[in-house]
Design a protein around this ligand. Structure first.
Ligand SMILES: CC(C)(CO)C(=O)C(=O)O
Length: 384
């Protein structure tokens, strides 16, 4: 049975609520502080891990599979962090490949691309222990079925992050927006809020990530999938920022069509979203116009660095929910093709970037770091 069937129709309670924090610190298994390990030291993995380490003072380890990234962090003595391309500074961090890591964190935070998750979970499997919990706020949908193969349902927490971040290259990340920009949702897989979740919530809050706890797992995650199915997809196909997209006079009509189709598919599947259609539309407008107008969504970042995008796990996933319930999401199906065609067109027009990306992924030496840096420079000059 899929996670959607498990958590959709039965989700009953629609409550989205903000916790007022108790002033006293939670005691988690007799400890006052939880230890975190981030699987996937990419843009969002760095953002969560660095903020937990720096703002909340938590012990955080990073696990990654990209050799140039691990090498760069070790050579530099940490990860370079900037904010809106300014104030670039080095933050010392501990980074390991899955095979090197020997730690025993309380919480695993997973931020890898949907297509890489299976392989990464396999490599990390020997590290997972029964007392640990897992939290993931990756874009797209399909990851929890994979995570369920390694963690029991009562130890899984999901969520979403409306937080813009860019990985400039190995060991170099840019946090978009002022400190405290963005918001995130979190929810227990079995929709029971636990003390551990509240402790995590406090850590995320102290880290300045504005968490909100919900009690509707699928409805929380799918609301973000639908947001991304509009903004990420259209910005990627037309190679524009979120601000440029929303300035187009027809942007809200396009957004409404995609949102309506996605909500119709979810209605048929019995999935109750945490936001109404109108709220979702407003959020597309606000996040694009006010919160992140200069941001190229992560899907564009993937395509413009010669990588495959996650469109199959975003518009493709909505289309599948529709098909599974006798409803054809024509626009989402069309746009899934549209993004794959845009990937192909990008490869045709930019063979140098694609070659550099392949080298950066395949090799493990210093040249790979150089290749990756050249690749990022090429992508950035396109963005300027
Ligand atoms: C920042 C945001 C919210 C923009 O769509 C995002 O999810 C992304 O870049 O993938």
């Amino acid at each position: 049975m899929s996670a959607i069937q498990l958590n959709g129709a039965q989700a009953g309670s629609l409550t989205t609520f903000c916790f007022t924090l108790p002033t006293k610190m939670h005691i988690y298994y007799g400890k006052t502080q939880m230890k975190y390990a981030v699987i996937g030291a990419g843009a969002m993995g760095y953002r969560y891990g660095v903020l937990l380490q720096e703002n909340a003072g938590r012990k955080v380890d990073f696990i990654d599979a990209w050799e140039p990234n691990i090498k760069a962090v070790r050579q530099q003595g940490g990860v370079y962090v900037s904010r809106d391309r300014k104030n670039r500074h080095l933050v010392p961090i501990n980074i390991y490949s899955p095979e090197e890591y020997q730690g025993d964190p309380d919480v695993w935070i997973i931020f890898v691309k949907q297509m890489q998750l299976d392989e990464m979970l396999k490599r990390c499997a020997p590290l997972f222990k029964d007392h640990q919990i897992v939290f993931s706020a990756m874009n797209g949908w399909g990851h929890f079925e994979k995570i369920q193969q390694y963690f029991s349902d009562d130890r899984i927490y999901g969520g979403t992050a409306m937080i813009a971040t860019v990985l400039n290259g190995p060991g170099d990340v840019d946090f978009i927006g002022k400190s405290g920009a963005g918001v995130m949702h979190m929810c227990a897989f079995n929709e029971q809020t636990t003390d551990i979740e509240r402790t995590m919530f406090e850590d995320f809050k102290t880290a300045n990530m504005n968490p909100i706890i919900t009690t509707n797992f699928t409805g929380t995650c799918m609301a973000k999938v639908i947001f991304n199915s509009v903004v990420n997809t259209l910005c990627t196909m037309y190679q524009i920022t979120m601000g440029e997209f929303i300035e187009y006079p027809g942007a809200m009509d396009m957004a409404k069509q995609l949102i309506d189709e996605a909500y119709d598919a979810c209605d048929r599947a019995g999935i109750r979203l945490i936001e109404s259609r109108q709220e979702e539309l407003k959020s597309v407008d606000y996040v694009s116009r006010v919160a992140n107008p200069l941001h190229y969504p992560s899907m564009y970042q993937d395509m413009s660095r010669g990588r495959k995008t996650e469109v199959d796990f975003i518009n493709g996933c909505i289309a599948k929910i529709g098909r599974d319930h006798d409803y054809v999401c024509r626009t989402h199906e069309f746009l899934t093709h549209g993004v794959h065609l845009a990937e192909l067109a990008f490869r045709i027009h930019n063979p140098d970037i694609v070659r550099a990306a392949q080298n950066a992924c395949n090799s493990t030496g210093a040249t790979a770091i150089q290749d990756a840096e050249n690749l990022v420079k090429a992508a950035q000059s396109r963005e300027e």
